[in-house]
Design a protein around this ligand. Structure first.
Ligand code: AHM
Ligand code: MG
Length: 335
């Protein structure tokens, strides 16, 4: 095992020195690291700790909560409130934003999906935590929902923890994307995936094909052309993957390219889409763009969407740049 690797904490300190920061941002990521390590432990212990199964409650989205959804939310709220860097938090699992009255100066806002892909918990398939950090707007005195309704381009940092065959944390602060693997024996995240980059072209796509009857024509056209393989208009064969865990799909795309779609469909139209703008689409779009990829609804760059409400849903198409551009082109030809 190589002993020349650097830890996530040292990586952040190097960045802090380079940028001349005060250390408050580094402290805030340290709290995120603790929270994700604790969630990783609970996911890992699974049935041994009685962590599987449903909690018997519903979240604000009307979705059944798993025990681990509830536990992860509690861990994330508690651990991230300790450092005092946040003025407020918003979670996919909570109806309202939560003001944090900590010891620090509370300059940031934290938005998160504590355990994404939770339909996979009981079957021991990868799940993850997604987070997005915004600055508290100048002059915002009360921590109301309005303070959180900022475009994705305003994110200071975003990342995810993936609880997979190994636990990883992938992070961007707007200067590229880096991946760190948790060394369980010493409890440290080590830099293993520096400067992650998404290839512009791909032969792999991810979509829940059981929803094909609800798709709009541009998405149907794109998938049909991929399925036609070498003989079709694309002149090459495509492979398909669907984990039903956005963190795992985005991670695969960061590692080897691909395109991920949860597009607008007839059944989700009234809701605006399936995935949540503030907890899923925005942080993942920031990461994907920082890795050289693209992220769109099909009709608009995700990071440019002006949020109308906290739990807003949007269509999501992200990954290898040339494929996303093609899909956006199909949408504009159709509209
Ligand atoms: P969740 O936040 O309730 O876990 O839902 C989000 C997940 C994504 O991770 C994944 O891409 C999608 O929902 C899977 O949806 P489906 O069940 O239609 O395959
Ligand atoms: Mg989610």
């Amino acid at each position: 095992m190589p002993y020349n690797r650097i830890t996530l904490t040292h990586f952040l300190l190097q960045d802090q020195r380079r940028l001349g920061g005060t250390g408050s941002f580094t402290g805030l990521v340290t709290d995120l690291i603790f929270a994700c390590k604790m969630i990783s432990r609970e996911v890992n212990r699974g049935a041994l700790a009685g962590n599987l199964g449903v909690a018997g409650s519903e979240n604000i989205q009307g979705e059944e909560q798993k025990k681990l959804d509830v536990l992860s939310n509690e861990i994330f709220m508690h651990m991230n409130a300790l450092g005092g860097a946040y003025a407020g938090m918003a979670s996919e699992e909570m109806e309202h934003v939560s003001a944090i009255h900590g010891a620090g100066d509370g300059k940031y806002l934290l938005l998160f999906d504590p355990l994404d892909g939770s339909s996979n918990i009981d079957v021991n398939i990868s799940v993850g935590t997604i987070f997005s950090i915004l600055r508290l707007p100048e002059g915002a005195s009360t921590i109301a929902e309005a303070a959180f309704l900022q475009k994705g381009v305003k994110q200071v940092a975003a990342g995810y923890a993936l609880y997979g065959s190994s636990t990883m944390m992938v992070l961007t602060t707007g200067n590229g994307v880096n991946g760190f693997t948790l060394d369980q024996s010493i409890g440290m995240f080590m830099l293993t995936h520096p400067n992650m980059t998404i290839p512009a072209d791909t032969q792999e796509f991810a979509i829940n094909a059981s929803r094909a009857r609800f798709w709009e024509p541009p998405v149907k056209r794109y998938v049909d052309e991929c399925l036609a393989g070498k003989e079709g208009p694309r002149g090459k064969d495509f492979n398909m993957r669907w984990v039903a865990s956005m963190v795992a799909e985005v991670h695969r795309i960061l590692c080897r390219g691909g395109v991920f779609m949860y597009p607008m469909d007839a059944e989700n139209q009234a809701k605006g889409g399936k995935l949540r703008l503030m907890y899923e689409a925005n942080p993942m779009a920031f990461i994907v763009e920082q890795a050289g990829g693209a992220a769109s609804t099909g009709r608009q760059r995700i990071l440019d969407i002006e949020p109308a409400k906290l739990h807003q849903r949007v269509p999501v198409i992200l990954g290898s740049r040339n494929e996303v551009t093609r899909l956006v082109g199909y949408h504009s030809e159709h509209d």
